[in-house]
Design a protein around this ligand. Structure first.
Ligand code: SAH
Length: 221
């Protein structure tokens, strides 16, 4: 027996409620971040086989052998950036575009780059469909940042580097924050919060994480 329209609506509302509850229980407590995550439906960024796992707090496969991050990690990274309404944010690693769409609810302007053309093209299609006109997505090796668009108030890297890339540190404004997973690709990585001071940088370790590696150059597709 299939569900009626109102039963389906109830089921969706309940899944969303459980999704938000899971975020809170994993430490995503910033009200603005929770509202942003309630507003942007992760379902737009997941296709095919895994669509029924959309509201579970787990990473899922996307095209080009990449992954859409676990929602609680998206929330914790966004929260750590303390995004202000006038901020310009750079994201390295567009992937599905989900993280960029969350950040776009909180910031004035979001630049996001990925080394895979296909991911940038598909993410752009979703941004257009959702009317997220404050996001600009580029195909680029994000290790070098976007010198023409910087410096940035906030930078987030959603692929693991051995060290925070120098060009990204240089493109952070004074007082700006960068969140970046650091470590070898398959070993334990640590999420690091870097704050640019008047002189030098402050580094804080946030938590262990697991991301795909930050690779050099552009992808083949
Ligand atoms: N933020 C994404 C998840 C990203 S997965 C989301 O919300 O779905 C990590 C992404 O980083 C992958 O898409 C990968 O192609 C990209 N990536 C890896 N190295 C990169 C580099 N040097 N420059 C730009 N993107 C890179």
């Amino acid at each position: 027996m299939s569900l009626s329209a109102s039963e389906e609506e109830d089921a969706l509302a309940e899944r969303k409620m459980r999704f938000l509850f899971a975020l809170r229980s994993k430490g995503v407590t910033d009200a603005r971040v929770l509202t942003a995550m309630e507003r942007v439906d992760r379902g737009h960024f997941i296709k095919g086989l895994f669509a029924d796992r959309t509201y579970e707090d787990m990473p899922l496969p996307i095209a080009c052998g990449q992954t859409i991050s676990q929602p609680s990690v998206v929330g914790l990274m966004t929260q750590a950036l303390h995004i202000l309404p006038r901020d310009t944010v750079l994201e390295v690693g567009t992937g599905s575009g989900y993280q960029a769409a969350i950040v776009a609810q909180l910031a004035r302007r979001v630049y996001t780059v990925d080394r895979h053309r296909r991911l940038v093209r598909e993410a752009n299609e979703v941004f257009l469909r959702l009317n997220l006109s404050n996001i600009t997505a580029f195909v680029a090796d994000g290790s070098f940042g976007l010198p023409d668009q910087g410096p940035f108030d906030k930078i987030l890297v959603t692929a693991a580097a051995e060290d925070p890339p120098g060009p990204l540190l240089a493109q952070l404004k004074i007082g700006g924050i960068m969140v970046v997973p650091v470590g070898q690709s398959d070993a334990v990585q640590t999420l690091i919060k870097v704050t640019r001071l008047e002189k030098g940088y402050d580094y804080e370790e946030l938590r262990p994480v697991r991301f795909v590696p930050l690779l050099e150059g552009l992808g083949l597709d």
